[in-house]
Design a protein around this ligand. Structure first.
Ligand SMILES: CC(C)(COP(=O)(O)OP(=O)(O)OC[C@H]1O[C@@H](n2cnc3c(N)ncnc32)[C@H](O)[C@@H]1OP(=O)(O)O)[C@@H](O)C(=O)NCCC(=O)NCCS
Length: 169
């Protein structure tokens, strides 16, 4: 059965939350943990989110959020391009259920993000932890370019090496 991408619906959230718990157990993503998976899926700056569906089942998702100056990705993008942060959006919360990977769902989700942003004239920048190598391969396969290295600070004094990418224009 092939994967389709559509705007996320509220009814997708329980299945996506269960998938996210599996993703965290396997990949340590997100590094902050998944104490409230459905809350984590609902970003308060969301412009749009998408669900990957296979055989009627939500198997992954991504969100596109409005950038603010405090975002690591926004800071790096502004230093790099001197652009207006009101014209920047940040893909976030990308994951695919471990049992459904390697068939293009991640790529289709990111292509939905890039297409949405391009249609609205929005630039795209985002950060990724260096440990998330499958994600980095995906982004580079789609032509994204690394513009900065940084350290992601989280929790109680924890650090994770990360990088910021921009989508090819
Ligand atoms: C990153 C992630 C979303 C990718 O999801 P995915 O659905 O497996 O992505 P794709 O299927 O598009 O690509 C994965 C691999 O399958 C390959 N692939 C895709 N379609 C294929 C097909 N039809 N046949 C064979 N291989 C295929 C891709 O080339 C890619 O290969 P690679 O791992 O050697 O680079 C997933 O690994 C994930 O959820 N990781 C944990 C969370 C995470 O890191 N999120 C990003 C944080 S910034």
């Amino acid at each position: 059965m092939s994967v389709t991408i559509r705007p996320r619906r509220d009814e997708d959230l329980p299945a996506l939350a269960a998938a996210l718990v599996r993703v965290h157990a396997q990949d340590g993503y997100p590094v902050e943990g998944v104490a409230d998976p459905e809350g984590w899926l609902r970003h308060d700056r969301e412009l749009q989110s998408w669900t990957a569906v296979e055989d009627g089942l939500p198997i992954g998702q991504v969100a596109l959020i409005r950038a603010v100056p405090e975002d690591d990705a926004a800071r790096a993008w502004r230093e790099h391009s001197h652009g207006d942060i009101d014209r920047l959006a940040i893909p976030a919360r990308l994951f695919v259920d471990p049992g459904h990977r390697g068939t293009g769902a991640g790529q289709l989700l990111m292509e939905a993000v890039f297409g949405f942003a391009r249609a609205r004239g929005l630039a795209i920048a985002f950060d990724v932890m260096l440990k998330d190598q499958a994600a980095i391969r995906l982004y580079e396969r789609l032509g994204a370019v690394r513009i900065a290295d940084l350290t992601h600070h989280y929790g109680d004094g924890l650090n994770e090496p990360a990088a910021v990418y921009v989508a090819a224009s």
